[in-house]
Design a protein around this ligand. Structure first.
Ligand SMILES: [Zn+2]
Length: 390
């Protein structure tokens, strides 16, 4: 299922909107339009101002959209610094909890990581200052600016400052947690630093769940009053899962360090001819207990990949009439599904994760001849055995 759509491209990076983004956009518009204006230490919305409803919601919508542009700028600055260090950025997605930049490679270099991590909060901080200075400029110069606009400028500034400081909490995988990992990684192995940062991140997540149900400290700082905040436990669960995932990804990638594709690939039971009937393929899979093959033509050239998934739902009749070439998934070019045997095994894994494929073909480095296939399952088994041997 497609859960996000691409809405544009900035400096070569596709910008995507996740469907959960719509909920939060709607919630923020409502918050801006109806939030209390004078009840607390600072205005949190236009709720107490007498104004035309259409104008109220129009201005709130513009402010909400501006707010998401500032979120985008936060992610763009992470991406910009990462790109300067040579990392490819696949996309930036805006979703329920903010933004997420999909990067090709998490830099293992602490010097690079902390700079990439700090760039986002630095941008939010700068934006917050610009908005707040604008607001106070309007106030001190007594400019005749329509009051609701000034209030929204203030809220945008304040939220950006909140965003900057909140992201700097050392709760991995938030930005502050990444900075923390980078500093730990200068003193200890990367894996150990990750585990420690993840542990601290999880402690933060637990604290957030408790304070969300008991009393929200962020709300107290904002307003001087205590209340519960259901958003904090939600965010905490998300952070906890993300921290756990990143920890296991780091363990996987560290375990595979120095392993090449040729160490993991399979060189037997690797290919079938493109004109083989599906019937025959099905019995071959059963006999060889193999669920994936590279598909080649008469001259041995790679045509694609076929897996059990492509044939499992075919009827007996279809299996009788169809051939392998009828069911292989179309691909743009062979270069999308083949990599060199000398490539790093982590490269194969990243490729599979990125393209959501479970199988890749392998070619010889010099002759470029097809020599084998590598599957996600082979990689997983290999990783388990490496872990068991240390
Ligand atoms: Zn960030």
């Amino acid at each position: 299922m497609r859960t996000s759509i691409q809405v544009g491209t900035i400096i070569g990076i596709p910008i995507r909107l996740h469907f959960t983004f719509l909920f939060i956009l709607f919630a923020i518009i409502l918050g801006f339009a109806n939030g209390p204006t004078w009840e607390y230490r600072m205005p949190l919305g236009l709720g107490d101002i007498e104004m035309d409803p259409f104008l109220r919601y129009s201005l709130s919508s513009i402010a909400a959209i501006l707010f998401f542009f500032t979120l985008l700028l936060h992610e763009m600055s992470h991406s910009y610094v990462a790109m300067k260090f040579g990392t490819k950025i696949h996309s930036i997605t805006l979703f329920f909890f903010g933004g997420l930049a999909m990067m090709d490679d998490i830099p293992r270099n602490p010097e690079k990581e902390w700079r990439i991590a700090i760039a986002g909060p630095a941008m939010s901080f700068a934006l917050g200052c610009v908005f707040l200075l604008t607001y106070f400029g309007i106030k001190t110069l007594n400019l005749v600016i329509y009051d609701p606009i000034a209030i929204l400028v203030f809220i945008l500034g304040f939220f950006n400052l909140v965003l900057a400081f909140f992201n700097l909490l050392p709760a991995f995988p938030m930005d502050g947690g990444r900075v923390l990992r980078a500093f730990l990684a200068k003193r200890m192995p990367f894996l150990k630093a990750t585990k420690r940062a993840v542990l601290i991140g999880k402690l933060f997540a637990v604290t957030m769940v408790i304070s969300g149900f008991v009393a929200d400290p962020f709300w107290f700082i904002l307003t001087g009053t205590w209340r519960q905040n259901i958003f904090l436990p939600l965010l905490a669960i998300f952070l906890y899962i993300a921290a756990t995932e990143e920890e296991s990804a780091t363990i996987t990638f560290t375990t595979l360090d120095g392993i090449k594709v040729k160490n993991v690939m399979r060189t037997e039971r690797t290919s079938v001819l493109e004109d083989m009937p599906i019937e025959e393929l099905a019995s071959k899979m059963l006999a060889e207990k193999t669920a994936e093959y590279a598909v080649v033509n008469e001259s041995g050239e790679l045509r694609g990949i076929v897996t059990f998934d492509e044939i499992k739902n075919l009827s007996a009749e279809q299996r009788h009439f169809l051939r392998v070439s009828d069911v292989i998934s179309p691909f743009d070019s062979v270069s999308d599904i083949i990599l060199e045997e000398e490539a790093a095994a982590t490269e194969a894994l990243k490729w599979m994760i990125r393209t959501k494929r479970n199988v890749l073909a392998v070619k010889e480095a010099v002759s470029e001849n097809f020599v084998g296939i590598i599957t996600k399952r082979d990689l997983a088994t290999y990783i388990e055995m490496l872990k068991g041997s240390v």
